[in-house]
Design a protein around this ligand. Structure first.
Ligand SMILES: [Zn+2]
Length: 428
């Protein structure tokens, strides 16, 4: 598992480009008896590996996409690798951990002669909210009883996060070009429309759900200052804690885009690139995961791990660590800890989480459980160099192996006791 992880960490392939990473994972499963189907739902880097037959049908979800420009050496200080992408969300660990779980459950079923199907869905492009959305639309999840996955984190817990519903939308404005100095009156600036739309969206922020998030980049803003830009384009992520709130917010942002087009005499085209619902939490499945996590235990850190993590923590403000500690009553008891050594109890209710994940889409189709396993220091910001660093060394590997064991054990419990599946279906 560690060797496989090292290779995928080094490849650091970004969304929909994960050719070698997906091949490494799918080939590994193929070599170990799984039947593999590559290229799903129009995505070359998606795959499905399957072993066994009959019920229960347990599906592990793997991700393996990296982030642009976040390449970093495995040292506890910022040491970027120029021009290199990096696993700053730890999806290298995620993918290999899921493969480990599938392998272990397959071995168990094979040796114990208990019936069941173990499958692993290779889900590309989580970072742009595409992989599981397309796979879901193509009907790939509905044939399984449950889905299990995990994510690297700084805190050991079974996820009760309700990720936000999200729309990924591109706004393309079309104006009229002209010489910006000689005949500006003949031009209509698409860039003006993009700017005015952003101003409108920023005023909108005061009057929306406090948990909602709106963020954007300008993808095209014109070519040269002496040409009135005839084409400009922005890309928005619009998120809210519930599906209806997100839908309403999306429609208000579209109105703002229309207003900006009207103000500037341009035309706007709106394209929804992807959208995802909020997470549906299955408490019965979470209870099974929590019990399995307790049996496996939190990752066991040695002195070198704590020292590495402490050094990393010195590079971000104390407030960042403290605000995370304060969000977790359990961590509050041991404020000086750099790496989590325990497992959070279940609260039995969802927690609103500002980010989104395409795992949510799966959770609305089949019961889906996710655990979070410590793979980097407490207080670490998401998508940052410490995660790339830890995802390529022992701290990340320990988290990954813990995750593989917990997910395998939860799968085993469900195979051993068919009644659990009924409880999961009832959700309680
Ligand atoms: Zn991630």
């Amino acid at each position: 598992m560690v060797d496989l992880n090292k290779q995928i960490w080094s490849l650091a392939e970004t969304a929909l480009e994960e050719k070698e990473s997906s091949y490494l994972l799918s080939s590994y499963l193929e070599e170990h008896g799984f039947s593999v189907q590559r290229g799903l739902a129009g995505m070359d880097t998606a795959f499905l590996a399957q072993w066994g037959c009959g019920s229960p049908r347990i599906l592990y979800l793997a991700e393996y996409d990296a982030l642009s420009q976040l390449g970093q050496n495995t040292v506890p200080y910022e040491s970027p690798i120029a021009g290199k992408n990096g696993h700053a969300c730890g999806h290298n660990l995620l993918g290999v951990g899921a493969v480990g779980a599938a392998m272990a459950l397959k071995d168990y079923l094979q040796n114990s002669r208990i019936s069941g199907t173990v499958a692993l869905m290779g889900c590309p492009a989580e970072e742009i909210m595409v992989g599981k959305i397309k796979l879901a639309e193509a009907g790939y999840f509905k044939d399984y009883d449950i889905a299990l996955t995990w994510h690297p984190d700084s805190v050991n817990q079974v996820s009760e996060y309700r990720y936000q519903a999200m729309y990924s939308v591109q706004f393309s404005f079309y104006g009229k070009p002209s010489h910006a100095a000689v005949s500006p009156e003949a031009g209509r600036s698409a860039l003006d429309a993009v700017e005015l739309m952003n101003v409108g969206a920023n005023y909108l922020r005061e009057h929306i759900d406090p948990g909602a998030r709106i963020h954007y980049v300008i993808q095209h803003g014109g070519e040269k200052p002496n040409i009135v830009p005839a084409f400009a384009q922005s890309w928005y992520y619009i998120r809210a804690p519930r599906n209806e709130i997100a839908a309403d917010l999306f429609s208000r942002v579209c109105d703002i885009a229309q207003g900006a087009a009207l103000m500037t005499g341009t035309k706007v085209e709106t394209e929804v690139l992807s959208s995802c619902p909020a997470t549906f939490i299955n408490h019965a499945l979470n209870n099974i995961l929590r019990e399995a996590f307790e049996v496996v235990g939190a990752p066991k850190w040695d002195e070198a791990d704590f020292a590495f993590a402490k050094k990393i923590q010195e590079h971000f403000p104390l407030e960042q660590t403290l605000s995370q500690i304060e969000a977790h009553p359990r961590l509050y008891q041991n404020k000086t800890c750099s790496l989590d050594t325990e497992i959070s109890p279940l609260a039995g209710r969802p927690f609103a989480y500002p980010a989104s994940s395409d795992v949510s889409k799966v959770s609305t189709i089949i019961p889906t459980g996710q655990i979070m396993v410590a793979c980097y220091p407490i207080g670490t910001a998401g998508h940052s160099w410490p995660i790339t660093a830890c995802a390529g060394m022992q701290i990340g590997w320990k988290g990954m192996l813990t995750a593989a064991k917990v997910l395998a054990l939860a799968g085993r419990r469900i195979c051993e006791d068919p009644d659990l599946l009924n409880r999961i279906r009832l959700g309680s």
